[in-house]
Design a protein around this ligand. Structure first.
Ligand code: AMP
Length: 190
């Protein structure tokens, strides 16, 4: 069983790549952002709790996010491995994930970060906002806040796994196909 964290700032292409990697490597892709948007769309209590944080570009509290993630993993006993996209985003989330996997006799085998600079991200997200219907992609101040939150709260997760010797960085600018190739090579080597 191999578990992968696809890491990187908002708009770095994690979701796009994870969808293709899921097919190629027969792993189950879990995006906490997608799970929250599903809950919001269905107006569930969890969705209502998450919405104000997401619209402001802030992180949803750890206890809500961690519970949701674990439920989703438990719904896939057949999985050969998971691609975590947008999770963990804080050190407590990473610690909780490791503990959860340890309880299953498993661990994170690799974290791959897509490297994209800030201005490219802002442009990509504003462009995506024209069609995604996502409020958090349409407002430049919210986008910049998401980048700040990534730097302050999420980037330490890279170092957390680097200390376990499983983190690596990949250039996230280029064609979707070229980045997919880079990712595939890195995953095959895990
Ligand atoms: P994403 O689709 O991954 O860009 O996530 C969209 C938004 O959902 C983020 O800006 C956060 O508000 C929220 N979110 C997604 N994943 C997490 C997480 N692991 N922890 C906290 N908030 C999250």
């Amino acid at each position: 069983m191999k578990h992968l964290i696809l890491f990187g700032p908002p708009g770095s292409g994690k979701g796009t790549q994870a969808k293709q990697l899921e097919e190629k490597f027969e792993m189950v892709h879990i995006s906490t952002g997608d799970l929250f948007r599903y809950e919001i769309g269905n107006e569930t209590p969890l969705g209502l709790k998450a919405k104000s944080f997401i619209d402001a570009g802030e992180l949803v509290p750890d206890e809500v996010t961690i519970g949701m993630l674990q439920n989703k993993v438990n719904m896939h006993p057949e999985a050969k491995g998971f691609i975590f996209d947008g999770f963990p985003r804080t050190i407590p989330q990473a610690e909780a994930l490791d503990l959860f996997l340890e309880g299953r006799g498993e661990c994170i085998n690799g974290l791959i970060a897509l490297k994209v600079d800030d201005e490219e991200i802002v442009q990509r997200l504003l462009e995506r906002g024209k069609t995604s219907g996502r409020a958090d992609d349409s407002n430049e101040a919210v986008i910049r806040n998401r980048i700040d939150v990534y730097k302050e709260q999420t980037s330490p997760v890279y170092d957390f796994y680097d200390e376990k010797n499983v983190s690596q960085e990949i250039e996230g600018v280029g064609s979707i196909e070229a980045i997919f190739e880079r990712l595939s090579t890195a995953i095959e080597a895990l």
